[in-house]
Ligand binder design. Sequence first.
Ligand SMILES: [Mn+2]
Length: 385
Amino acid sequence: MKIFHLSDLHIGKQLHHYSLLAEQKHILKQIVELAEKEMPDAVVIAGDIFDVPVPSAEAVALFDDFLSSLNDITPRIPVLLIAGNHDSAKRIDFASSILAKHDVYIAGMPPTQPEEQVKKVTLADEFGEVDFYLLPFVKPGYVRKLFADEIKSYDMAVKKVLEREKIDTSRRNVLISHQFYTASGKEPETCDSEIRMVGGIENVDTAVLEPFDYAALGHIHKAQKIGKEQYRYCGTPLPYSVSEAETEKSITVVELGEKGSSPKISRLPLKPLRQVRKLTGELEEILAAATEDMRGDFVSITLTDEVEAYHPKERLEANFDRILEIRIDNARTRKILEFSEEPLGDLSPYGAFCAFFKDMNGRELTEEEDMMLKEVLQAETEAEE
Ligand SMILES: [Mn+2]
């Protein structure tokens, strides 16, 4: 059984205020063409379909178009998808019972009531049946009514929800899930486009994936395995941050053979409409290296000129249509950065400002400035009381 594993489409996402709808339309079309060519037995989307819980009309229309184009392929390819943490479970679930008649299977919410189970879809190939478990993003609070014990963590929530399914491990099982999986404490490699997680509270250990022959995971934006070869994040179909500049995005293709055999896993590269590039150097070097090919790309520029360059913004804009940011990295800015990273210790606001002023201006405050500063701080303190 051949599976296309996708996740984190984030339809409607912007990159530094640039709409990515044209890029997303282009990449979704490419995915449909690859499906026509490769004819997988299923397309799996492991959450974060949209970038926000209430997506724009254009974003919804684009996803609708993608599903219909996939559905037009004959023989029909089933699509299995779940909600991620960016999606609204209820909105994703809209029309799901009608869509199921068209082989589009959607799970918006994990079970929340004692009589509910994880949505299961069974598909078959020459080796028999495969059970797909569609587990949308789980928070401990969503599933608390299912258990007598208090659900104290994400790990416990996912573990108990899966145990409750009494999965028959003599069958072939695939999990579709959207969580922050770690392997005995080892974290996956992240990018700047994911929401930062604090203190590891969202971690779910890959031990819970044991009953599955393949785990199609979403949430992490870089393609990688976690724990075992067959536990995979497929990553986003497009670069969604400067940290993903010039990294190759892909569809993860999984071929499940007989029960007990290791699945064959490969990656089908996706070619974006525009690249995300990171350019570093002196203004003149960057301008000299700019080609007509790069004009439309999204560029993050770091200027290293020690002497302030002449009209850098205007000159860069004449060569690049989509500038994400222009940073300056020279001795002066590095000094500022170094200073900001130095612990302030127990300096009072007054002491901290004096040190900052000296560093920026290379001198102490004059008597008059010192008095002004004290007045401002005094007024602040009074306002707080
Ligand atoms: Mn995501």
